[in-house]
Write a protein that binds this ligand. Structure first.
Ligand SMILES: [Zn+2]
Length: 74
């Protein structure tokens, strides 16, 4: 809250990780990483910079692919 860039913020790193994964399930141009904001000290997602290693983990990739396929059926 109170962050001037108006981005959604996450208090916990685990929340930011989950949001990052969900972003990659939902969007083609998804967020690639999260960072600690120097204004609000919470986490924000970003679509710029290096890809978070989490997104290259096999179990995470499998989850993203599986949930994308489920979405395609709706
Ligand atoms: Zn912020």
């Amino acid at each position: 809250m109170g962050c001037s860039n108006n981005k959604k913020s996450y208090y916990l790193e685990s929340e930011a990780q989950e949001a990052l994964i969900r972003s990659n399930i939902r969007f083609v141009k998804a967020a690639v990483n999260y960072y600690v904001c120097n204004q609000c000290s919470e986490y924000h997602l970003t679509s710029k910079g290096e890809t978070n290693p989490l997104l290259n983990e096999l179990t995470i990739k499998e989850r993203i692919n599986k949930e994308r396929q489920l979405q395609a059926l709706v």
